[in-house]
Ligand binder design. Structure first.
Ligand SMILES: Cc1ncc(COP(=O)(O)O)c(C=O)c1O
Ligand code: FES
Length: 393
C-alpha cells in the first residue's frame, strides 16, 4: 500500500479544503488590519466577529466570552497564570490532575517553582478517571483554581466534567478545563457543565495550526496575558491572525454540523480496531476507559516490546501513529499518563496510540491490524524479556 494511513489525529488533523478556501482571501485581497477605521478594514473586523460568534454558539457562550490565542498551549498558560495573579489575595493553591497535558503540568510547575504556588496533583483510577473524592478533599480555603482536562490526549478518557464543575461551584472555586481534545468531538455547553474557563485549539478539528481560544465566563476577574494594544477586549494584545481566526470559525461550523455522523463512524472504526487487536494480539491491553473515551481514540500496550520500535516499523509500512503525545514521543521516558493509570514502566513503554478520523476506512484498519500483528510478533521474537517469559511458562 503506497498511500499513507494517517492514524494520529490527536496530534493534529488535516486542514479541510473548505477551511483553506475560507482563509485564502484574508491573505491576499482582504489584508486590512481589523483595528483600522476605514471601510476596507471593517471586513476584517466583521470576519473576526463572525468566527467568534460561531465558536461562542458552539459551546453555549456569548461572543464576548471568547478570546483568541495563538494555541491551545497559550490558552492553558493564560488560564492558569492569569488566574493565579488575579486571585493571589485569596490564596496560592491550585488543584489539577496527574494526567494533564504538559501545557498545564509545566505551567503548574512554573507557578510552584518560580511563584511560590502550591499545587495538588489528583490521582486517576486505572481507567484514567480523576478521583472525585480525593479532589474534593484536596480543597483548602486558599484554593483558587481547579484545572482538569475534558478528555485525555493519550488514552482518550473523558472526565466527569459536570460533577467537577459542581464541586468547584459548591466551594466557590474557579474551574478551568483543557478541552483541546474534546472540542469538536463531544457536545460541550459551558453553562450546563459549570465551566468557568475552557481552552481549545483549531488544528485538532480540521482547522489551521497556531490558533486557539480561551473561554472566560463573564464576570471572572482574570488579567491580561499579553500586554499591548486593545485587541481581544484589551486582554490579549497583538494584531489578530485574521486568516486563522476565519479558518477556525469555518472548521467549527463544519465540525458542529458533522459531529453526530462523524463520531458515529469513528466509534465504529475504533471499536472494530479495538476488538480485532485485543482478540488477535496476545498479551495486549487497552488503556483508558472502555466506553468513557473519545470516539476516535485507541491506546494499547503490548507486553515485551518497545513502543518506539513499533512506531518506526509501522512508519515503514506507511502507518502514522504515536506512542504517547506528540512532543513526548521523541523521549524515552514512559508517558506520565500511562504511569498514572498504574502501568508498570516496561508495559507503559510498549504502548501505541491510534487516533482515527471519519475519513479512515475499514480496509485501512484491516491493513493496520495485520501490520501490528506481524511487527509485534517480530519484535517479541527479538525480545529477551519475551524469551525469558516463554521459557518460564
Ligand atoms: C490536551 C491538550 N492540551 C493542549 C494541547 C496543546 O494545543 P496546541 O497544539 O494548540 O498548543 C494539546 C495538543 O497536543 C492537547 O492534546
Ligand atoms: S510538551 Fe506537548 S506533549 Fe509534552
Amino acid at each position: 500500500m503506497e498511500k499513507k494511513i494517517y492514524l494520529d489525529n490527536a496530534a493534529t488533523t488535516k486542514t479541510r479544503p473548505e477551511v483553506v478556501e475560507a482563509m485564502l482571501p484574508y491573505f491576499s485581497q482582504l489584508y486590512g488590519n481589523p483595528s483600522s477605521v476605514y471601510e476596507f478594514a471593517s471586513q476584517n473586523k466583521k470576519a473576526l466577529d463572525e468566527a467568534r460568534s460561531i465558536i461562542a454558539g458552539a459551546i453555549g457562550a456569548e461572543s464576548s466570552e471568547v478570546y483568541f490565542t495563538a494555541s491551545g498551549t497559550e490558552a492553558d498558560n493564560w488560564a492558569l497564570i492569569a488566574t493565579a495573579e488575579a486571585y493571589e489575595g485569596k490564596g496560592k493553591h491550585i488543584i489539577t490532575s496527574k494526567i494533564e497535558h504538559h501545557a498545564v503540568l509545566h505551567t503548574c510547575e512554573y507557578l510552584q517553582k518560580k511563584r511560590g504556588y502550591e499545587v495538588t496533583y489528583i490521582d486517576v483510577d486505572e481507567n484514567g478517571i480523576v478521583k472525585l473524592d480525593q479532589l474534593e478533599k484536596a480543597i483548602r480555603p486558599t484554593t483558587i483554581l481547579i484545572s482538569i482536562m475534558f478528555a485525555n490526549n493519550e488514552i482518550g478518557t473523558i472526565q466527569p466534567i459536570k460533577e467537577i464543575g459542581a464541586i468547584a461551584k459548591k466551594h466557590n472555586i474557579l474551574f478551568h478545563t483543557d478541552a483541546v481534545q474534546a472540542f469538536g468531538q463531544l457536545d460541550i455547553n459551558v453553562e450546563d457543565l459549570g465551566i468557568d474557563m475552557m481552552s481549545a485549539s483549531a488544528h485538532k478539528l480540521n482547522g489551521p495550526k497556531g490558533i486557539g481560544f480561551l473561554y472566560i465566563k463573564k464576570g471572572i476577574k482574570i488579567r491580561s496575558f499579553i500586554h499591548g494594544g486593545a485587541q481581544e477586549r484589551g486582554r490579549r494584545a497583538g494584531t489578530e491572525n485574521v486568516p486563522n481566526v476565519v479558518g477556525f470559525g469555518k472548521a467549527v461550523e463544519i465540525a458542529m454540523a458533522t459531529m453526530e455522523e462523524r463520531t458515529k463512524k469513528e466509534i465504529q472504526l475504533r471499536d472494530y480496531l479495538i476488538k480485532r487487536v485485543l482478540a488477535e494480539v496476545p498479551y495486549t491491553r487497552l488503556n483508558g476507559h472502555r466506553t468513557m473515551r473519545l470516539p476516535n481514540n485507541a491506546n494499547f500496550s503490548f507486553q515485551f516490546i518497545e513502543g518506539e520500535s513499533l512506531l518506526i516499523m509501522l512508519d515503514m509500512s506507511n502507518i502514522c501513529a504515536s506512542s504517547g503525545s506528540a512532543c513526548t514521543s521523541g523521549s524515552l521516558d514512559p508517558s506520565h499518563v500511562l504511569l498514572a493509570i498504574g502501568l508498570p514502566h516496561e508495559i507503559a513503554h510498549g504502548s501505541l496510540r491510534l487516533t482515527l478520523s471519519a475519513e479512515n476506512t475499514f480496509e485501512e484498519i484491516d491493513y493496520t491490524v495485520e501490520k501490528i500483528k506481524e511487527i509485534v510478533d517480530k519484535l517479541r521474537m527479538m525480545s529477551p524479556l519475551y524469551e525469558d517469559f516463554v521459557r518460564r511458562r
